[in-house]
Design a protein around this ligand. Structure first.
Ligand code: DGP
Length: 126
């Protein structure tokens, strides 16, 4: 799938240092930051530094190093926030919105990590 990437999107601007953010983790390929409009006590966005529009774009076009780095970053963030159920945390939910039906607002791939309270069912009935 060919995607065109808008380099003026808000996360591209954050990655260029044009807009401040509350960083919780950073590595060669990844930035994790607190969501500006948190939906739970813990709400962190994990974004690749590369120019990928959504998850399927990242999954098909990113290098192995980027994909591994991204996946490891999710683990690091969960540990840092104390959410890991296997380590006594309450658990969490990971969400990736994509496109129109997924109600993706920012066209730079990101995972939401949410936790810190019971999150309810994943979807409401249509
Ligand atoms: P979505 O594209 O619908 O998966 O969600 C985009 C999220 O990005 C939304 O939860 C709010 C967050 N967001 C939007 N603008 C900013 C910003 O300038 N800074 C931060 N930290 N988060 C933002």
């Amino acid at each position: 799938m060919a995607y065109s990437y808008d380099d003026q999107n808000i996360f591209a601007r954050i990655l260029r240092g044009e807009i401040p953010n509350e960083t919780v983790f950073e590595s060669e390929h990844v930035l994790a930051l607190r969501d500006v409009n948190p939906q739970a006590p813990e709400h962190v966005l994990v974004i690749p530094k590369g120019a990928y529009v959504c998850y399927d774009h990242f999954a098909t076009a990113a290098s192995d190093a980027e994909i591994i780095g991204f996946t490891r970053a999710v683990g690091e963030v969960c540990a840092q926030l104390g959410l890991e159920p296997g380590a006594g945390g309450g658990g969490y939910r990971v969400i990736a919105n994509a496109g129109r039906d997924g109600v993706q607002e920012v066209p730079h791939f990101h995972l939401h990590i949410l936790g810190g309270r019971p999150l309810g069912r994943i979807l409401q009935p249509a």
